[in-house]
Design a protein around this ligand. Structure first.
Ligand code: ADP
Ligand code: SF4
Length: 688
């Protein structure tokens, strides 16, 4: 197939100073949770983006000196020869596919505590540590500024030597250079503070010095915020920003624009739509002749074309869409738009940075596995035998196993109890704000539909006898998990004895099946992710009074890892949810719940007509155990394997279920060394 001519504009080459991008697809700098710790994994991950058609592929934030160290968040670094070697791996792989490689030079200021390097953090002024660690950043004097400029220049030279084509001056995201620009944080009285011109001085110097150092070969990009401060959501506060950008407009070769509110810039789909920065971006191109890029969780080629044609941007910037589908550009180019694996905006990818672990993705189970497991997002080995596979359960785990096994060429039979495929996705994507999550199902169902070697059996609730009657070579049980109604979870380690009457006690499964409480409801959330608060929203929108009780010190604490906790708690307050933190449910008698303070043990009662327990799920694994018994008691047919995957093996997030299904499909009929399941990446070093 060939591309639709409507999308031609996306494939035009664009000049960026001394280099030219082969198209308008630009993977902006994004974290991977790999950084300097895992150079081969990073190189393969970035190389895959280039193979998939991204014309520019950047690093994550890349420290210029040990005085800017962010562990436990695994950033990249350009400190020495070892780093040059490590980055060369990436740039070689990116260049192999004709793409440009960009390095985002980073100086953390008061956001980097330097717990690894033990260097003293420096910033524009004496400041508290911005992430709440009890270390301060000291004010830079003029000799520090001179040193910083030298470090930046040397890092730019190392970036060039590592083969990068674009070198960034990173002046946003509340790091050091952003503090120099801002009138709120810059309280200096020397030539780097006070007037606009003075506050812009350091950024200007770094742009000029970077150009002087590497500009003959590399383009200089500046990452810059298009607004001054966080105002009403979606209402830009432009303030001095336009003047600043006008002052610097023609100095760099490219402007990479974002905004002050990170929770909007990389907002989850629950709160933020595609192309959400447009209102902030609309003036930027009118003040510079240089190419401009921004992000917006772009997955629709029509939206992309519209952004370019209306003069909002020159490049389609992407982090998440390129993670969910590294081959998005190629699919547009080849006229395979319906095969795009669209990002669902869940931000599980971001939890890699928050938790200091390799990036994972709900839609793309191969991310981070390119090097260590040799997984390619679009290619998979042909089947290793003529075996048939029966998959039971069409939720994310069963669907992904079926899709990937089908791609390998196996004869797959997928049996689903319900009338439609999707499992928990069908239920959860109906909840407030989670509509885009249906893409997990839609992508896989679309793929499976076109596979002649895959048969789907709907309305088929399988028991052990049914399963054995199929006589498949391999049996895969993907029957999911069910929420418990007994209050057992992280805090209450045993089920609560006094929880009743049953018709007034609910689980998320009840709510998603349409069984709603009849009056004021206490939601007990010891799960700490999204379901507790999403169900609170659903009930409030039906005018049911809600009290949300959690043993944590905030609502949905783990959603801090996905960057949405602030928006979640605000939404709860706006909806009038009563929030009770640091308390656990202990009992319910149909009229009132008894809750216990997690610090003092003091108890109190809250009137409620219903209790909803969001605590723990139990695997739906009875079929698995029945099968084991049935197989043992029957002689003639024995399957080669019976395997549980997804929530049926262990209840987890959707990304975990998809990964589990994918892994099963990859590993069938292959030799996996049980003691060494994947290659182990480790850093380069250079002693000399
Ligand atoms: P996961 O996240 O692990 O994929 P889900 O709960 O989303 O789990 O999906 C499990 C799917 O399995 C559901 O669609 C459910 O209807 C189906 N299922 C459960 N038990 C059976 C069974 N005995 N036979 C066929 N399908 C089943
Ligand atoms: Fe998109 Fe979620 Fe994948 Fe991140 S984890 S790229 S938000 S689908």
């Amino acid at each position: 197939m060939t591309r639709d001519s409507r999308y031609d504009v996306l494939f035009e080459p664009v000049k960026i100073g001394p280099v030219t991008a082969r198209n308008r697809f630009y993977q902006v700098p994004h974290c991977t949770g790999l950084g300097w710790l895992r150079p081969r994994m990073v190189a393969a991950l970035r190389g895959m983006k280039a193979e998939g058609g991204w014309g520019v592929v950047c690093t994550e934030y890349c420290s210029i000196h040990p005085a800017s160290d962010d562990l436990p968040h695994p950033y990249a670094s350009l400190w020495d020869q070892g780093d040059i070697r490590a980055h060369s791996l990436m740039t070689e792989q990116v260049h192999e596919h004709g793409s440009l490689a960009g390095a985002e030079l980073w100086i953390g200021g008061s956001r980097s505590t330097n717990l690894f390097s033990n260097e003293v953090a420096m910033d524009v002024a004496n400041m508290p540590n911005a992430i709440g660690i009890p270390y301060q950043a000291r004010a830079m004097d003029k000799s520090d500024i001179r040193e910083l400029r030298r470090w930046h220049r040397n890092a730019a030279l190392r970036a060039r030597d590592a083969g990068f084509d674009i070198v960034y001056v990173y002046a946003t995201h509340h790091y050091l250079l952003a503090h120099f620009l801002s009138a709120q944080t810059n309280s200096r009285s020397d030539e780097y503070g006070g007037s606009l011109e003075n506050r812009v001085r350091l950024v200007r110097e770094l742009i000029e010095e970077t150009r002087d150092a590497v500009g003959d070969r590399c383009a200089v990009a500046v990452r810059f915020a298009a607004d001054d401060s966080i105002g009403e959501d979606g209402q830009p506060v432009v303030g001095e920003r336009r003047d600043m950008l006008e002052m610097l407009a023609e100095l760099p070769d490219l402007w990479d624009i974002n905004i002050q509110d990170y929770s909007r810039e990389m907002g989850t789909s629950r709160f933020v739509n595609e192309a959400s920065l447009e209102a902030y971006m609309c003036w930027v191109k009118s003040v510079t002749s240089k190419p401009v890029v921004t992000v917006g969780r772009f997955t629709s080629p029509d939206t992309m074309v519209s952004q370019v044609k209306r003069g909002i941007v020159d490049f389609i910037g992407a982090a998440r869409p390129s993670i969910a589908d590294p081959f998005l550009p190629n699919k547009i180019e080849q006229g395979r738009i319906d095969e795009i694996r669209e990002c669902i905006g869940c931000n599980i990818c971001y939890t890699g940075d928050s938790t200091g672990t390799p990036i994972r993705c709900t839609q793309n189970p191969t991310i981070s596995e390119e090097w260590r497991r040799g997984w390619h997002p679009e290619k998979i080995a042909a089947r290793g035998s003529d075996s048939s596979v029966l998959v039971i359960g069409g939720g994310p785990a069963g669907l992904e196993a079926t899709r990937a096994l089908g791609r390998r060429g196996y004869h797959v039979m997928l049996a689903e109890a319900e009338h439609s495929l999707g499992g928990r996705i069908n239920r959860e994507s109906e909840l407030p704000g989670l509509g885009e999550w249906a893409r997990v199902r839609n992508y896989r169902v679309h793929e499976i539909r076109n596979m002649p070697n895959v048969d789907v059996y709907f309305d088929n609730r399988m028991d052990a006898e049914h399963v054995l009657a199929v006589e498949a070579n391999h049996i895969v049980i993907a029957t999911g998990a069910s929420w418990l109604a007994d209050g057992r979870g992280l805090y209450n380690q045993t089920p609560l004895d006094e929880l009743g009457p049953p018709q007034q006690v609910f689980t998320p499964d009840d709510i998603m099946a349409g069984r709603l409480p009849g009056g004021p409801t206490l939601i007990y959330d010891d799960d700490h992710y999204y379901l507790g608060n999403v169900i609170a929203e659903l009930l409030r929108r039906k005018n049911i009074p809600v009290t949300l009780v959690t043993p944590e010190t905030m609502v949905s604490a783990w959603s801090g890892k996905t960057g949405e906790q602030g928006r979640v708690q605000r939404r709860m307050l706006e909806l009038g949810v009563d929030i009770v933190t640091s308390h656990a449910l202990k009992a319910f008698d149909g009229q009132a719940a008894e809750i216990e303070c997690t610090y003092s043990g003091n108890r109190r009662r809250i009137e409620a007509a219903a209790v909803l327990s969001v605590t723990l799920r139990a695997p739906n694994d009875s079929l698995y155990h029945e099968l084991q018994q049935a197989i043992d008691s029957r002689g003639e047919y024995r399957p080669d394997s019976v395997t549980r995957i997804g929530d049926c093996l262990t209840p987890t997030i959707i990304a975990g279920a998809v990964f589990s299904g994918h892994r099963y499909a990859r590993e069938l009929d292959t030799e996996v060394d049980p003691d060494n399941r994947m290659k182990y990446d480790r850093i380069f070093y250079d002693d000399v």
